[in-house]
Design a protein around this ligand. Structure first.
Ligand SMILES: [Zn+2]
Length: 413
């Protein structure tokens, strides 16, 4: 029997093991202090035992100091298998241990921390985000070792804290304090995003820019509008005027979905409580996702220019300020070794052509890219992360474990 067939057969037999791991991990609630929890410690202790069972060459627990967390730190587990070659590029898979809170419990059909298995489906908080990626990358390696085979190249599994609330005590901490762990020729995979077919390899993201627009006029009785100056009318005119952003920044890039920059008015703050008052102040926000080719400051300058003209026309005062912004890091090249290796492995396991793509923004891979490390985000996902009744498919975990096994074995593709 071929080596790959042997390993795949092992993985096909992991249904019960997947259910056990999902049960144990989901019951160890890993919420960071910003989500009113104490950290990932209990889950990390359980996972440490799982990793030790695979006899790594090196297992470090890197403690990121966090005074709000249990014992004053957040745990990060970094595990390596050298396979006789410490020097060569390492295949890294970085998953996160923390979860988001379940939210409104009345929207859940089950206890979020007690998994429910329904045929191929596993339901519970964290089963997809990020236990799907964590378990599939772990079982891919376990199957290789259990088949008595050595991986084809050095491997690393990193299980980090604090992905859901900014990564200050997770990946960002590792990159700032243990930069030597990762090297630019490593193949770095973040199994925390993708599509239902498992054909999307995320290599780029748009810049994010959230703008706060404040329109100030003068409040007055609605029966005598000439005595005031209506800020809601001003805000409405500004929202319509900002449609011009779409023409001014209209270039497209087919790697992204959608291919153009997006500019959407979203949140509106409450103004007056009653109908018969003309409001004197209105605040609304724009969510802009901008192709990396346009610097955020160009967009801000454009919005300021439109605001200035409109303020003059309507005799209002308008201020525009960034509420949050993040310039997109340079994308991982579409022909980077990690992308090529993923394409080959997906083809081998699923018979499908995976493609490098860009998204609207916001994955932990951006930290790698900013540090000059080419990372790819990939997984087969039902995209139920952060939602009530979060679920994953056992068959997806099995297929993804096979893809990871192909990556680890290297010489078989
Ligand atoms: Zn996640």
């Amino acid at each position: 029997m071929s080596v790959l067939k042997k390993v795949f057969q092992k993985i096909d037999g992991y249904r019960d093991e997947i259910i056990t791991l999902q049960t144990e991990l989901t019951s160890r609630v890993a919420l960071g202090p910003k989500n009113k929890g104490t950290g990932e410690h209990e889950k990390a202790r359980y996972l440490r035992d799982c990793l030790e069972a695979l006899q790594p060459d090196d297992l470090q627990e890197i403690k990121a100091p966090d005074t709000q967390a249990e014992d004053g730190y957040r745990p990060n587990l970094v595990t390596r298998w050298y396979t006789g070659d410490k020097i060569g590029p390492t295949v890294w898979v970085l998953s996160h241990m923390d979860i988001v809170p379940p939210g409104d419990l009345s929207l859940w059909e089950t206890d979020p921390y007690q998994i429910k298995v329904d045929g191929d489906k596993i339901i519970g908080r964290g089963v997809e985000d990020n236990q799907h990626g964590l378990i599939s990358s772990y079982l891919g390696l376990k199957a290789i070792l259990a088949s008595g085979i050595a991986p084809g190249r050095p491997l690393g599994l990193a299980l980090v804290a604090d992905e859901e609330t900014g990564s200050e005590y997770g990946l960002d901490y590792l990159l700032k304090n243990h930069k030597e762990l990762f090297r630019p020729d490593d193949l770095i995979i973040v199994p925390d995003g993708g599509n239902e077919e498992g054909t999307m390899i995320e290599v780029a993201e748009k810049s994010m820019l959230w703008l706060k627009c404040t329109v100030t006029g003068r409040q007055c009785h609605a029966s005598m509008p000439e005595k005031g100056n209506n800020s809601l009318y001003g805000a409405a005119r500004l929202i319509v005027a900002l449609e011009k952003l779409k023409e001014a920044f209209d270039q497209e890039d087919d790697m992204f979905s959608p291919p153009m920059s997006t500019f959407e008015p979203t949140k509106m703050e409450a103004n007056v409580p009653n109908v018969n008052t003309i409001p004197g102040k209105d605040v609304f926000y724009m969510d802009c996702r901008i192709l990396p080719r346009y610097p955020n400051r160009e967009v801000i300058a454009f919005v300021e220019d439109i605001s200035r003209k409109l303020a003059k026309e309507l005799n209002l005062s308008i201020s525009v300020e960034p509420h949050y912004q993040q310039d997109a890091p340079d994308p991982t090249p579409a022909d980077a070794p990690v992308v090529r290796a993923l394409e080959k492995a997906v083809k081998m396991v699923k018979g499908l052509d995976a493609k490098p793509m860009g998204i609207g923004g916001g994955t932990v891979a951006a930290f790698f890219r900013k540090a000059g490390l080419p990372a790819a985000v990939w997984i087969t996902t039902q995209d139920s992360a952060h939602q009530p009744n979060e679920y994953c498919l056992i068959s997806d975990i099995i297929s993804d474990a096979k893809v990871f096994a192909c990556l680890y074995l290297d010489q078989y593709h």
